[in-house]
Design a protein around this ligand. Structure first.
Ligand code: AMP
Length: 224
């Protein structure tokens, strides 16, 4: 019987805004030697660079809406294109709609890949609002990192490194409410989709990020 080529860890991370996706992604990427593909980060970089894509998506991010599926699909393909076939990835923030999830299977098949697991970060709406209203990004001190105004240690870390705090444009209260609503309407249905596929792992995302990262690592199924 022919043996299938060894599959790298191809992981999807799903969670509402403020669930800590990028922090948990960073830990997973480090521990399991994955490449992170963060669609939100990528879009913000395009907006900052005032590229054609950036100018096209800025109004969506500004309102807390999702960018068009067709553009996101192309963005994903462009990222997969550059990956070594044996290199695993962690998709942070993609897919976010059923259309994207269905498209992902086909896209991965085109690159000879299959999904290994889908990790769903679970956190209440109240906690999301609390986290995002106090969230800042420390910039100008190497790789930008998240800071919370209630977390003195993170504020000091930024200050000691000579960084400055900036708020994400889409962390304004009205936009946060819209992003949470969009998550419930458009992204939450993916949980059933991936549950039926037997790929879903639920992660309690309350508590310190290091603890949530540990839960996520434990939840990953063992390598085949
Ligand atoms: P995030 O950093 O993951 O919270 O994403 C920030 C914003 O980027 C979202 O609110 C959307 O406007 C946009 N975005 C990121 N990923 C996607 C996606 N897969 N599909 C559509 N829009 C996205």
């Amino acid at each position: 019987m022919p043996t299938l080529p060894k599959q790298p860890l191809n992981i999807v991370l799903i969670g509402p805004p403020g669930a800590g996706k990028s922090t948990i992604a960073e830990a997973l990427v480090h521990e399991r030697q994955l490449v992170s593909i963060s669609t939100g980060q990528r879009l913000r970089a395009e907006i900052k660079a005032r590229s054609l894509i950036g100018r096209a998506v800025a109004p969506y991010l500004d309102k807390g809406e999702l960018a068009p599926d067709s553009l996101m699909d192309r963005l994903l393909r462009a990222n997969l294109e550059t990956l070594d076939p044996e290199q695993g990835f962690l998709l942070d923030g993609y897919p976010r709609t059923l259309h994207q999830a269905r498209g992902l299977d086909g896209t991965l098949a085109d690159y000879g890949r299959v999904l290994y697991a889908v990790l769903a970060l679970e956190v209440t709406d109240e906690e999301v609002i609390r986290r995002l209203s106090g969230r800042r990004i420390c910039e100008g001190a190497g790789q930008p990192f998240p800071v919370h105004i209630d977390d003195l240690a993170s504020m000091l870390r930024c200050q000691e490194r000579g960084g400055h705090l900036v708020a994400r444009d889409d962390d304004r209260p009205d936009v946060v409410r819209q992003r949470v609503a969009v998550y419930h309407e458009q992204t939450q249905p993916l949980l059933d989709f991936y549950e039926s596929a037997g790929l879903l792992r639920h992660i309690n995302a309350h508590g310190p990020p290091a603890e949530v990262a540990r839960r996520a690592l434990v939840a990953l199924p063992p390598a085949p």
